[in-house]
Design a protein around this ligand. Structure first.
Ligand code: NAD
Length: 282
C-alpha cells in the first residue's frame, strides 16, 4: 500500500541480483512509495541476474559498478547525479560475498586472500561508497544510508564463517562515518540486521533451511521476510526517522532478544527423546 512515504525522493540501490534479492524488494517498494531510483550491480551480476526486468518495472536506469572499485563508484555517483539532475536522498548497500564460504574453506582454515576479498566486498565497499558520496557531495541534507547486516556480527552462529567478521566491520563503519556525515550534512547511516532469508547470498550460508527454521521457532513474531525488510528500510529512507543514526537495528521478529522459546524447546525435547530411545536400543 502506498503512503507516499518517499514522494519526491531519489535514491541509489546496490545489490538487486534477482527477484529474491532483498534489494529487489526495496527497489519495488521505494518506487511504490513515490521514489525515483538508480539501480547498480557488477557487470557479471547484471549479465547473470535479471536486474533489467526490475529496471523495466520501476522505470530505473542501471549503471554497472563493482563496489570494491573506487573508480567505478566515482563514475556511478556521477552518473546517478546526472540522471537525477542533482543530488539525491538515499543509498542502499545490499552486498555480501565470501570466497571462503563459496570454496568451502572453514573458519579455522581460511585463505587470507579470500578473507581480504570478503572484507572488501562485504564491508569496505560500504566505506568506499560513503567516502565517494561525501567527496562528491552527492547527498542532500538529511539523506539516509542503509546497509544490511546479520546478527553473526555480535554472536557466533555455526557456519557463518568470515562473513561474521565482515558484518562486524560493516556495522562499525556505519558508526564511524555516521558521526562525520551526520555532523556535517545531517546524513544518517544505519545497518539493518535481518533474519535469515532465502536469497542467492543466503543460500551460501551453511544449513540455511535449518537456520531459518531455528530462527523462526525462536522469534515470537517469526522470521522477517525480504518484503518485511524492504518495508523497514523504507521507513529509514523516509523523513519519519530523521534522528536515527549510527545504529544497528535488529529486524528479526524478536530473535536477537531471545534465549530459548517454547517452540524451540519442544523440538529440542523431541530430539532428546529420540536420542534416549536410540541409546536404550544399545
Ligand atoms: N539472505 C540472508 O539470510 C541475509 C540475512 C541478513 C543480511 N543479509 C544481507 O543482505 C544483503 C543482500 O543479500 P541478499 O540476501 O539479498 O542476497 P543477493 O545474493 O540477492 O544479493 C547480494 C548482492 O551482492 C552483489 N555483489 C557481490 N559482489 C559485489 C561487488 N563487488 N560489487 C557490487 N555488488 C556486489 C551481488 O551481485 C548481489 O546482487 C547482503 O549484505 C547480505 O549479507 C542477508
Amino acid at each position: 500500500m502506498s503512503y507516499n512515504l518517499l514522494k519526491g525522493k531519489k535514491g541509489l540501490i546496490f545489490g538487486a541480483l534477482n527477484e529474491h534479492s532483498i534489494a529487489w524488494k526495496v527497489a519495488l517498494q521505494a518506487v511504490e512509495q513515490g521514489a525515483q531510483i538508480v539501480l547498480t550491480n557488477t557487470p557479471v551480476s547484471i549479465r547473470m541476474g535479471t536486474i533489467d526486468q526490475l529496471a523495466e518495472q520501476t522505470g530505473a536506469v542501471v549503471i554497472p559498478a563493482d563496489a570494491t572499485s573506487v573508480a567505478d563508484l566515482e563514475k556511478l555517483f556521477d552518473g546517478a547525479m546526472e540522471h537525477f539532475g542533482g543530488k539525491f536522498d538515499f543509498v542502499l548497500h545490499s552486498i555480501g560475498m565470501s570466497p571462503n564460504v563459496r570454496k568451502g574453506r572453514t573458519y579455522d582454515d581460511l585463505d587470507y586472500d579470500f578473507l581480504t576479498k570478503t572484507l572488501d566486498i562485504s564491508a569496505i565497499s560500504f566505506h568506499k561508497m560513503i567516502q565517494v558520496a561525501r567527496q562528491k557531495d552527492a547527498l542532500n541534507e538529511w539523506g539516509s544510508i542503509v546497509a544490511l547486516s546479520y546478527i553473526a556480527a555480535q554472536r557466533t552462529l555455526y557456519g557463518y564463517n568470515d562473513m561474521a567478521d565482515a558484518k562486524a566491520l560493516l556495522e562499525s563503519i556505519a558508526r564511524s562515518f555516521g558521526y562525520i556525515y551526520g555532523r556535517e550534512k545531517h546524513v544518517r547511516i544505519n545497518t539493518v540486521s535481518q533474519s535469515p532469508t532465502p536469497t542467492t547470498a543466503g543460500s551460501g550460508v551453511l544449513g540455511l533451511n535449518d537456520l531459518m527454521d531455528f530462527a523462526d521457532r525462536m522469534s515470537p513474531l517469526g522470521n522477517a521476510t525480504a518484503e518485511d525488510c524492504a518495508n523497514y528500510v523504507l521507513t529509514l529512507f523516509s523523513d519519519l526517522t530523521r534522528k536515527v543514526t549510527m545504529q544497528n537495528l535488529f529486524h528479526d521478529g524478536g530473535f536477537s532478544s531471545m534465549g530459548m522459546s517454547r517452540r524451540a524447546m519442544q523440538l529440542y525435547g523431541k530430539g532428546l527423546e529420540l536420542e534416549y530411545r536410540d541409546i536404550s536400543k544399545h
